[in-house]
Design a protein around this ligand. Structure first.
Ligand code: SF4
Length: 212
């Protein structure tokens, strides 16, 4: 089966399975999503949402983060892990927002990538979720599932992003990423994928090989 046909079949199955799939981070504005996405690195969205419940009451603007005492900010986000790096990036990111973007989150890839701690994954989350600009969000679930299904042969996020963009309709780029996250959590876990009950088994290279 060609990759494009396979992607269409997987998209169809997963869209039926997870009709409500979307960004599972809590936020009310672009800055909150920017901070939440940075905190989500190496951390679950559930944990991030617990932390941001109080964090977003304490820090409401880019000025608040930019002027924060670094050790206090570290303490506020400690349970998300890698808190020193994350606190430094968030503070520097907000200083840059103030310096170059009037304290607002920019709405294009080039400007987003100029922000400390913001890579293509975070940028695509923001572009697709807030600014209605489609993007493939390559996280750990997307990397694992796209590889297992056989939609890419690369483990490099930049190449995976390009591979998926080539074979999926543009308007489905972000949706497909969310479907893979949901399926990765529910069925195709890293250590024990439940191939026996997986509805995309007919299209999955790894599963078909495993159950042959
Ligand atoms: S068949 Fe197995 S490896 Fe393939 S997507 Fe399903 S659970 Fe994952």
């Amino acid at each position: 089966m060609r990759k494009k046909e396979k992607a269409a079949a997987v998209l169809h199955e997963l869209s039926n399975l997870y009709p409500d799939a979307g960004c599972s981070l809590d936020f009310t504005d672009p800055l909150e999503l920017l901070v939440a996405t940075q905190l989500a690195a190496q951390c679950t969205d559930v944990r991030v949402n617990i932390v941001t419940k109080d964090l977003f009451k304490k820090y409401r603007t880019a000025e608040d983060y930019a002027g924060a005492d670094l050790s206090e900010l570290e303490e506020d986000i400690k349970s998300t892990g890698f808190f020193r790096n994350k606190a430094r990036n968030i503070k520097e990111c907000c200083l840059k927002l103030l310096k170059d973007y009037g304290g607002q989150v920019p709405d294009n890839m080039g400007d987003l990538l100029s922000l400390p701690g913001v890579g293509r994954k975070t940028a695509n989350v923001l572009l697709s979720t807030i600014f209605n600009k489609p993007g493939v969000i390559v996280d750990t679930h997307c990397t694992r599932l796209a590889g297992r299904i056989g939609l890419t042969t690369s483990e490099n996020p930049g190449i995976i992003e390009k591979d998926l963009m080539k074979i999926l309709p543009r308007k489905e780029w972000a949706n497909f990423s969310h479907y893979l996250v949901y399926h990765g959590r529910e069925i195709c876990q890293a250590r024990k994928p439940k191939c026996e009950i997986c509805s995309i088994l007919p299209y999955c290279d790894y599963g078909r090989k495993k159950l042959k």
